[in-house]
Ligand binder design. Sequence first.
Ligand SMILES: N[C@@H](CCC(=O)N[C@@H](CS)C(=O)NCC(=O)O)C(=O)O
Length: 210
Amino acid sequence: MKLHGYFRSSASYRVRIALNLKGLTTEHLTHHLRKGEQCAPAYLAINPQGLVPTLEDDAGTVLTQSLAIIEWLDETHPAPPLLPKDTLRRAKVRAFAMALACDTHPVQNLKVLARLRQLGLPEEKVTEWAAWANREGLSACEALIAGEAGPFCFGDKPTIADLCLVPQLANARRFGVDVSAYPRLFKAETAAKAMKAFADAAPDQQPDAE
Ligand SMILES: N[C@@H](CCC(=O)N[C@@H](CS)C(=O)NCC(=O)O)C(=O)O
């Protein structure tokens, strides 16, 4: 398998964690997002959205969208499971993951911030926008798992909720968000980061890290 990604990409980070948890190795192909390599014609031919990650399986089938990739990995390599068995719990885990992957991350993505700059927003306002998007999403997520004992987001094993949370907290810190406001999320992050699968997937551990 080949994973097209970028060390600082939080969506790629989610997939790297899933691969590590499943004990799967892939070839890592980097696309320098700040240099716009995700918009090169050869890459757009496999991912017309011009976003990372993209996974190519051994047969050359191309998969895009981190959550779709992670669920496919979970279905094809069921151990350890990344979703609970109980259908209601599955829905809750997915809702938490989507609060970050669908409603938080896209609003503060590179492409959106670049557009705000093009429209004339000064750099401090761009950062303020990104920090606001992170605070909105993380505050909601803190409330979503307030009643969960943990230590992970949902229970004593990582799920796709944790795969989305850890990279999003990294983004939040980059934009200057005070993450101490989210003690329950911090508890889940601490449990996750203690696992080798999460530690090895961290941006600063990647060969393309700057
Ligand atoms: N919903 C997509 C998001 C992918 C995405 O936005 N990736 C970012 C990096 S985390 C990217 O490629 N940004 C490039 C750009 O904005 O031009 C997923 O989960 O895979």
